[in-house]
Design a protein around this ligand. Structure first.
Ligand code: SAM
Ligand code: ZN
Length: 397
């Protein structure tokens, strides 16, 4: 018999395996819990509740699916905290998880709105969407979501749908295991000081590949990066025209380890050093390539603003870090054509004394450049200034 405990997130109370009993004080939860629930992923779920509510304001939402659900907390929160009477399919391969989900559904009185299933996520996504496709699929696995993406994308309503994807295989996505990244995400990852941005872009790149194969266009609505996972929310819609246009948003990241210059290079352009600011600046350092990956936008400002508006109605429901996260996402949403630069890494590399991020930002603004913070790293900025200018500005101070 599983030792259970009641937990609460947002407005929702639910049961899961007692973490204290099964995991003790382990900081990193293992996948061997009898039923999985990780309180450290709460921000992921908080934002997912807000983005689903924001999405629902202007889009149809009748059926949703979470095929790797653990104790079910995520979808229980959607049902309990997002407006509307949509139906949910919740499933897991672990029979103990399925029992727990059923119990939780009963306790909250959602029997009429939920179908609980046991089985492999890929199969359930396709069989449960046979008669009517899903308006939202949420893929939140252990490790890489790559094996589930084809079934998830093919289960989505063709006219329009929302897709949420979490990846926790950070060594793969951040450059420690480039061969696995190439296999799972179709692009090379390399070690860089902006590894989490590469992670998000490789993940969106893979979603683009599979969506495009199925004649769907994608619009990233939001991206989240934390120490141990990345998460994306995207809108999909059947449109060969959109999908053709989005091929321009697949490309490489060029990166110089000698000076930290970065630049996107669309796949359609022949690799040429001419257009690379770094070459004109005469650094002479060797260039490294990551990708192919997504070089387009990472956020949709309207989604972020709507989510913020919903948050303000009852901020106490969410993790206290969520308001600032949304603020910073909004701030950086217009500058994602520029990869973030970590100022500590830049100062170390160039032997500069580090300055406060505020000072650097105001000097860049005075010099006529656009600049913002990024939620990816508290010590990083996005700026239109070339790396040499940035280094000069820090050095002059
Ligand atoms: C990270 S946990 C899910 C956490 C949950 N989404 C949440 O927000 O709390 C991953 C879950 O996937 C389940 N799982 C692993 N492989 C699966 C498969 N092939 N099909 C369905 N479920 C699977 C595990 O039993 C586990 O409960
Ligand atoms: Zn260089």
């Amino acid at each position: 018999m599983i030792i259970e405990k009641e937990y609460a997130e947002g407005r929702t109370k639910f049961l899961s395996a007692d973490l204290e009993h099964y995991a003790g004080n382990r900081r990193q939860l293992k996948t061997d819990l009898p039923v999985f629930y990780n309180p450290r992923m709460r921000i992921n779920r908080d934002l997912s509740v807000l983005f689903l509510s924001a999405y629902k304001k202007n889009s149809p939402l009748e059926r949703i699916c979470e095929p790797l659900a653990g104790c079910g907390v995520r979808t229980l929160r959607y049902l309990n905290e997002c407006p509307g009477e949509f139906h949910a399919v919740i499933s897991d391969v672990n029979p103990h998880a399925v029992e727990m989900i059923e119990k939780n559904v009963g306790r909250l009185g959602f029997q009429e709105r939920v179908t609980v299933k046991k089985g492999d996520a890929k199969i359930l996504l396709l069989t449960e969407s046979r008669d009517k496709r899903f308006d939202f699929a949420d893929i939140d696995p252990f490790g890489s979501p790559a094996p589930y993406l084809t079934a998830a994308i093919q289960s989505l309503a063709p006219r329009q749908a929302l897709l949420g994807v979490t990846a926790t295989d950070m060594p793969v996505l951040c450059g420690a295991q480039p061969k696995i990244a190439q296999r799972k995400y179709g692009g090379l990852s390399i070690r860089t000081p902006f590894s989490h941005e590469l992670a998000i872009r490789l993940l969106i790149g893979r979603v683009f590949d599979i969506a495009a194969m199925n004649d769907l266009g994608i619009t990233p609505l939001a991206s989240l990066s934390t120490d141990h996972y990345v998460r994306i929310w995207l809108k999909t819609k059947t449109s060969c025209i959109d999908s053709n246009a989005e091929t321009k948003k697949i490309g490489y990241v060029l990166y110089c380890r000698d000076c930290m210059a970065t630049q996107f290079l669309p796949l359609g352009l022949l690799p040429s050093k001419e257009g690379f600011e770094h070459e004109r600046a005469d650094c002479g350092g060797r260039l490294y390539f990551a990708g192919p990956l997504w070089i387009g936008e990472l956020y949709d400002l309207q989604t972020l603003e709507t989510a913020q508006h919903i948050l303000w109605q009852d901020p106490g429901l969410y993790d206290p870090r969520v308001p600032k996260l949304l603020d910073t996402m909004k701030e950086e949403s217009s500058l994602t054509d520029y990869i973030y630069t970590d100022l500590h890494a830049l100062c170390d590399l160039h032997g500069l004394q580090s300055r406060s991020i505020e000072q650097v930002m105001s000097s860049l603004k005075e010099a006529g450049y656009e600049v913002c913070r990024t939620h990816f790293r508290p010590t990083a900025i996005r700026t239109t200034a070339p790396i040499r200018e940035l280094v000069d500005i820090i050095r002059q101070h």
